[in-house]
Design a protein around this ligand. Structure first.
Ligand SMILES: [Zn+2]
Length: 223
């Protein structure tokens, strides 16, 4: 999808999938292919999709608008937050890319002091993703030539490096929960080798979307 700005595909769903650092510059300024993976994941879940493309060089949209001295850049941030929160989601997932985490897949709630219900649901999701990784990366399976990703989930595992504790989006999720609104947030960091695999290889993006979709019901009502 080649454009610059914000894109939103609305669906009637309690889940929002967002990629705030997507873009055509695959390897330096942007989280290359994060939008593609977010789109596949949103399709799996029937979820709303929000993409911010080619904006990272200009503005980091998931930071606090009040910390930008340029009103035009602050407005991009407000616009992104409105897109993400306007449907009052019960679960928000942001898809990012990294090269420096301690795990190939790092998932964080964005703050350490989650309540006991949040912790139980996060542990349930952690187990579901681990099981999906085992199923997908079976010996001799189609993905066997690609390294099986390691997984860390914060705050269950404090070795996770990319915790998103300064990310405004997840501070808003925390504030909503403190006010009694049952909202959850997951910040997902995917290592470069999984986002930018060899083009002739297996469809790693589809596998990642299915793995991240596994157990998402842990965060939804009735579980
Ligand atoms: Zn990012």
């Amino acid at each position: 999808m080649a454009f610059t700005g914000l894109y939103m595909k609305k669906r009637r769903s309690p889940v929002v999938i967002a990629a705030p650092h997507d873009g055509d510059d695959m390897d330096s300024c942007c989280d290359g292919n994060s939008g593609l993976i977010a789109g596949r994941l949103a399709d799996h879940l029937g979820a709303t999709l929000v993409l911010a493309r080619n904006l990272r060089r200009l503005v980091d949209v998931n930071k606090d608008p009040e910390t930008s001295s340029d009103p035009r850049l602050a407005e991009w941030r407000r616009h992104y937050q409105r897109c993400v929160f306007q449907s009052s989601p019960l679960l928000l997932m942001e898809i990012h890319g990294h090269v420096s985490g301690n795990f190939d897949l790092e998932i964080s709630t964005g703050y350490a002091g989650i309540d006991s219900l949040y912790r139980r649901r996060l542990a349930c999701y952690h187990q579901a993703v681990l099981s999906a990784l085992d199923r997908t990366w079976q010996p001799g399976g189609p993905l066997a030539a690609i390294k099986k990703p390691t997984l860390g989930v914060f705050p269950l595992d404090c070795r996770v490096r990319l915790r998103a504790t300064k990310t405004y989006t997840f501070q808003l999720v925390r504030a909503l929960r403190l006010l009694g609104y049952p909202c959850y947030g997951l910040h997902v960091e995917i290592h470069r080798y999984l986002r930018l695999p060899p083009p002739e290889g297996p469809d790693v993006h589809e596998a990642l979307a299915a793995i991240l979709a596994a157990g998402i019901n842990c965060f939804l009502p009735g579980q």
